[in-house]
Design a protein around this ligand. Structure first.
Ligand SMILES: Cc1ncc(COP(=O)(O)O)c(C=O)c1O
Length: 458
């Protein structure tokens, strides 16, 4: 059935009553995040439903999900077991506070997450997003030093090109200029390590580059500048995803660990993207054999189905807080929706799927085929670099003169409309990060489609 709403100047061919019902009649009110709103509202990319590896648009087209949503639907979309768990939980317990009260699934999920995490990373604090997870970890770091009588340790060290969400803590330690420059003075006392990417030394590397471990030594320089007694924590992504898939150079994270140990500085891995199989393990910490003091997670914990994030901390950090009168709160921090019952139910069902379908191992096994397929695009005109790690690829395109980001934007737009694929863009980089259920045939399909996109926009 075809329909045209007079309030909507976008013509869509609707295929059923169902899609007609889903079609919005006013695009003005919703202010889309991280989106050019005017361009979007002139030609919206609207999604009606999803299943496994695919989205279905409101005008009835099928779109292959090359990005696991926003790096989050690791188990694929609308998996029956996760949907059923959410439905059942909604009937049973819609909400209970996590301040002073709790529900059993919160403990169950925390134990399951702790069991997956390396070493003594055994205590889990829940929140609702990656940004909240980052701000929580930074606050725990500051408070930890405080309760141990080292309250002068207030400096936080991030990294250029790092993305740690959009809270004030996250943008302060983050290293993306556009995410910082509009928002005032940010947190005081923050310093940054240099980014680990150098095209000259690393172009077209599969996995972790050989070059770059020495950049961790910059932490020694920062420590010498400020003195270790003023530094609380270092936060890095094991693989910087949002600035274009920048895997850690070989040996880099171990070096950071050693320097932090030398100076009593906490090391935080922001694993909001890398946790839950993206790099072939439950956590990237395992892939690199490096144990941080805290791990932030979100996204894949529920395969994107319900918002949830969290911080896993080493037992000793938690224990440092467990002092003083027992009726007094030990950490003055938390969210109304920490450990929300729907999120916990979705999280448990998701972890079951990861385990039962061996999805982390699957990602590990698919990694060589994924990397080979990505590199088939190496010689296309305008391709400056391709990087892969786990089930992730970043493809740098040459920018159009005077129009940074336009080429990748056109590729994303064309991908959705003409090729039936969702790709993620950052500047003129295309990022590909499919659900871990992707088949080898679909890997081929992804890179065939992306190859056509690149040719079309060059
Ligand atoms: C490493 C990292 N940290 C934090 C975040 C923020 O997560 P959220 O968007 O859930 O706040 C992201 C999001 O992509 C991320 O990649």
């Amino acid at each position: 059935m075809a329909a045209k709403n007079p309030r909507d100047d976008v013509v869509m061919t609707l295929t059923s009553d169902e899609t007609a019902a889903r079609r919005p009649n006013d695009l003005e009110s919703f202010w889309l995040p991280f989106t050019p709103n005017r361009a979007f509202k002139r030609a919206p990319r609207l999604i009606a439903r999803a299943k496994d590896m695919h989205y279905f648009t409101t005008d009835g087209r099928v779109v292959l999900d090359g990005t696991a949503g926003l790096w989050c639907t690791n188990a694929g979309h609308n998996r029956d077991a996760i949907v059923a768990a959410i439905q059942q939980q909604a009937e049973e317990l819609d909400y209970s506070p996590a301040f002073q009260f709790a529900h059993p699934k919160a403990f169950e999920l925390a134990s399951r997450v702790a069991a997956l995490a390396p070493a003594d990373l055994d205590r889990v604090f829940f929140c609702n997003s990656g940004s909240e997870a980052v701000d929580t970890a930074l606050k725990i770091a500051l408070a930890y030093h405080n309760v141990r009588g080292q309250g002068a340790r207030t400096r936080l060290i991030g990294r250029e090109r790092g993305y740690h969400g959009v809270g004030f803590g996250g943008i302060s330690v983050g290293g993306i200029v556009t995410n910082r420059k509009f928002f005032g003075t940010l947190l005081a006392g923050v310093d940054h390590l240099p980014a680990t990417y150098s095209r000259g030394h690393q172009a077209f590397t599969k996995g972790e580059p050989e070059w770059g471990a020495h950049l961790a030594d910059e932490l020694e320089r920062i420590v010498a500048l400020h003195d270790a007694s003023t530094i609380a924590a270092v936060i890095v992504e094991p693989m910087a995803g949002s600035t274009g898939v920048l895997p850690a150079p070989k040996g880099y994270l171990a070096k950071l660990r050693a320097i932090c140990d030398r100076h009593g500085i906490l090391l935080i891995f922001d694993e909001v993207i890398t946790a839950f199989g993206r790099l072939g393990h439950a956590f990237a910490a395992e892939r690199y054999g490096v144990t941080p003091d805290m791990i932030t997670f979100a996204k894949g914990i529920t395969s994107g189905a319900v918002p949830m994030g969290g911080v896993i901390v080493r037992e000793g950090i938690y224990d440092a807080f467990m002092q003083g009168p027992e009726h007094v709160v030990e950490l003055f921090h938390g969210y109304t929706y920490s450990a929300h019952p729907l999120a916990c139910a979705a999280g448990l069902a998701t972890l079951d799927l990861y385990r039962d379908e061996k999805l982390f191992e699957r990602a590990r096994k698919l990694e060589p085929a994924w990397a080979d397929a990505a590199m088939t695009l190496k010689d296309l005109p305008g391709v400056l670099d391709i990087r892969t790690v786990g089930l992730t690829a970043g493809i740098d395109l040459a920018s159009r003169p005077g129009a940074y980001g336009l080429r990748a934007y056109e590729a994303m737009e064309r991908g959705f409309r003409d090729e039936g694929i969702m790709v993620r863009i950052t500047g003129d980089t295309l990022a590909l990060t499919p659900p871990l259920i992707v088949s080898e045939a679909q890997i081929g399909e992804i890179f065939d489609k992306v190859g056509r996109l690149i040719r079309a926009v060059i």
